[in-house]
Design a binder for this molecule. Structure first.
Ligand code: HEM
Length: 344
């Protein structure tokens, strides 16, 4: 498999673009014309459908190198985006092993891992990295193990400690989040960090989701999709940088809404780690402009109905209530009023 990597930015001039192939594999998240929170989890097996974002365990796409550059910029300005409490060290090594073995098996032309007992050599061809180190010896890597591997892997990562029948956000690498803060949430449990979400707690969703997650076993990872809306193709929409991107929400017009308004989809997966019994939670972000969504008629039609009918408290929580009239007006051009059938 050969991937051509784009040279693009997620800030400043926002030169991010999706190729036609990237649009085709965009994980459109709606299987019906309406949306409400649910415990939407399914198995995340290796070897998903060809040419889909589910094909491999950790999807590498045309945005890889630019996303890693964007992460490095964010970390240089705010090292607190990567944190690991002292007891999460072993989980960091577990995560490094999971990602290295998966990527080396799934993309042998891009990544190589050679192991001689605890002497490991890792080659990341796209990023020009060739490092030898001793597994479980932090002094042999330039960063802690979680930071080392997540500086080379698309998506954010929360690493959860499992204790007292709960999950605790005790480590993470978070530079492309939909308006939440690792620095604020570090040390919180599953119910505490979900407290700002409307409706879901009353619907019993978090009780059921936690029960499911506590039972995720090694070699049986799970996944779900989540979505929100972002003005401009910006990865770093954190509370810490709100003064930079918040005002951009007011820059939408009838003329630019198709190009500047993005549907932001998160492919979230859940992995039990072998030595630490921690749970790894990668959150992989895919962005698609409304004008690109509109090139797939059934997507444009469905997105129009979902956004038009979404309850106001969800639109407010997801941060696009102020722009909903413009967005719905734009997407109404895609909606011929025909009925749709369930499924994507
Ligand atoms: C939102 C973390 C698993 C459902 C969030 C937020 C965080 C988060 C940080 C943002 C809260 C805020 O506004 O500050 C996590 C972590 C998980 C996890 C680390 C893994 C252990 C799940 C699962 C579900 C779920 C399994 C299943 C239903 C939701 C929902 C939202 C949310 C519905 C609101 C999203 C939106 O409307 O855009 N989660 N979550 N989460 N989470 Fe989770």
């Amino acid at each position: 498999m050969t991937v051509r990597f784009n040279k693009e930015t997620f800030r400043g001039d926002y030169s991010f673009r999706n190729s036609p192939a990237a649009i085709r594999r965009f994980p459109f998240p709606f299987d019906r014309d309406e949306y409400m929170y649910s415990v939407n989890m399914e198995p995340h097996r290796a070897a998903g459908p060809d040419d889909s974002v589910f094909q491999r365990r950790f999807d590498v796409d045309e945005h890889y190198l630019s996303e890693m550059e964007d992460r490095a910029i964010t970390l240089a300005g705010d090292p607190g985006r990567c944190q690991s409490l002292p007891h999460m060290r072993l989980a960091g090594w577990d995560l490094l092993e999971l990602i290295m073995t998966s990527k080396a098996e799934d993309y042998p032309d891009l990544f190589q891992l050679t192991r001689d007992r605890d002497r490991w050599r890792w080659v990341n061809r796209p990023m020009g990295i060739d490092d030898s180190f001793t597994f479980l010896d932090d002094t042999t890597l330039p960063f802690g193990p979680m930071e080392y591997i997540t500086r080379q892997t698309q998506g954010d990562f929360a690493v959860l400690d499992h204790r007292e029948g709960n999950l605790w956000m005790d480590a993470g690498m978070v530079t492309s989040q939909a308006d939440w803060s690792l620095d604020f949430d570090i040390g919180m449990n599953f119910f505490e960090w979900h407290a700002p979400v409307p409706r879901a707690a009353e619907m019993g969703i978090f009780q059921r989701a936690l029960k499911f997650l506590l039972n995720v076993r090694q070699d049986s990872p799970a996944r779900r999709l989540n979505w929100t809306m972002t003005v401009n193709p910006r990865l770093d929409t954190s509370p810490e940088t709100y003064p930079e991107w918040g005002p951009e929400k007011r820059s939408l017009t009838v003329k630019n809404v198709g190009a500047k308004q993005f549907l932001r989809v998160e492919l979230q997966s859940f992995w039990r780690l072998p030595r630490s019994n921690a749970l790894a939670f990668p959150i992989r972000c895919y962005l698609c402009a409304l004008e690109d969504i509109a090139t797939v008629p059934k997507w444009g039609r469905r997105l129009h109905r979902v956004l038009r009918d979404l309850p106001e408290d969800l639109a407010t929580y997801k941060g696009f209530a102020v722009n909903r009239p413009l967005i719905v007006e734009y997407l109404s051009q895609c909606d011929d009023g025909k009925p749709t059938s369930p499924g994507i």
